[in-house]
Ligand binder design. Structure first.
Ligand code: SF4
Ligand code: SF4
Length: 337
């Protein structure tokens, strides 16, 4: 275990920034650290670090068409190294979920390049919020993953490398040796708070088993649950595990840029095809979002749910509909077949 005095955090950030661009929590999202910026190390960010690995808008390829000739101009893989500091346990699990999607054959080389070049420094939660329920999915806010795990003690930041990439970065920072006691005390404080959270006992019972799929799909409650949904997509855009995207092209008259951008299964034109729309109303779209997170994804990924309990959708939905209400309505022992 290594340590660094919290009072000298700017010095540590500068040392990291000398190695690579550092992104950290600033104004509610992960933004590049520059001298004088003070990372927000207490709560969680409004937006997770997903955008750094799977950008909201990303050029895939540019090409020029001349008659029957097609000239490919570049493929723009991100190759420069970067560091993401302050990633919470829920967002670390979210990256593991995105890995399962984008790093499974056929591998998404754009995402792969960013994952290969990014070093994730997680930070154990200090003040989990009332909307947090990561524990329901087996995530421990006091022991986050990433390439390096950090804990905030009374006056010290503690670091432990989890991967070779993480150790290589720690070796380049001006850290001191530190015992285990400070980090253990920080963990104990966090776990004491996690145990008292109002959604701490949320149950996943009734979800994720293949034999429940049809029962869950056909439950009449989907109509009432989705009745007020505006289809605004806010829940999907703040979600660290949502990974739907669209691919479009823009022709500026000289060349064509093919890009991808986040999309949302809550939108009326998502899955719209020339043959028609297989999800014609908001009931089907709404059901798809939650069935994917609570049923399809775990059924295909060894029981790992597609939600990490970050609580962001609880805070952002304008009609206060969310995955917790869905789980409470449709889940539980009584509903399991
Ligand atoms: S569904 Fe909501 S609580 Fe779950 S990971 Fe997405 S934003 Fe977080
Ligand atoms: S944020 Fe709320 S209203 Fe908007 S699409 Fe999601 S569930 Fe529907």
């Amino acid at each position: 275990m290594n340590g660094f005095p919290l009072s000298r955090l700017p010095e540590l950030m500068a040392a990291m920034a000398a190695v690579a661009t550092v992104y950290c929590p600033l104004a509610g999202k992960f933004a590049p650290w520059t001298e004088g910026a003070v990372p927000e190390l207490t709560g969680n960010t409004k937006l997770g670090p997903k955008d750094l690995f799977f950008p909201q808008v990303e050029d895939l390829v540019r090409f020029r068409v001349s008659g029957k000739d097609l000239e490919v101009l570049d493929t723009q893989l991100r190759q420069e190294p970067f560091v993401v500091f302050g990633v919470r346990a829920c967002d670390c699990r979210a990256l593991e979920i995105l890995d399962r999607v984008f790093l499974t054959e056929p591998v998404d080389t754009f995402y792969q390049a960013r994952r290969a070049n990014g070093v994730v420094i997680s930070l154990a939660c200090q003040r989990p919020e009332e909307t947090c329920f990561c524990g329901a999915f087996g995530i421990d806010g006091a022991e986050p993953g990433g390439d390096i795990t950090a804990w905030q003690g009374e006056d010290t930041l503690f670091f432990r490398a989890n991967t070779e990439k993480g150790q290589a970065l720690l070796d380049r920072l001006p850290l001191q040796e530190a015992g285990e006691d400070g980090a253990e005390a920080a963990k104990a404080k966090t776990r004491a708070i996690l145990q008292r959270l109002p959604l701490g006992n949320l149950s996943t019972q009734g979800f994720g088993q293949a034999e429940n799929l049809l029962d869950l799909f056909n439950r009449p409650e989907w109509s009432e649950l989705s009745a007020s949904c505006l289809g605004c997509g806010a829940c999907t855009f703040v979600c660290p595990t949502c990974q739907c995207y669209d691919i479009k092209e823009f022709d500026n008259g000289h060349e064509v840029c093919r890009y991808r951008c986040w999309d949302s299964c809550m939108y009326a034109d998502f899955t719209l095809m020339s043959a028609g729309q297989p999800r014609p109303t908001q009931v089907e779209r709404f059901r798809q979002r939650f069935m994917h997170k609570l049923q399809y994804f775990p059924a295909n990924n060894g029981g790992i749910f597609g939600c990490v309990g970050c609580g962001r959708c609880l805070r952002q939905c304008p009609i206060h509909m969310n995955i917790v209400k869905v789980m409470k309505t449709l889940g539980g022992e009584d509903h399991a077949s």
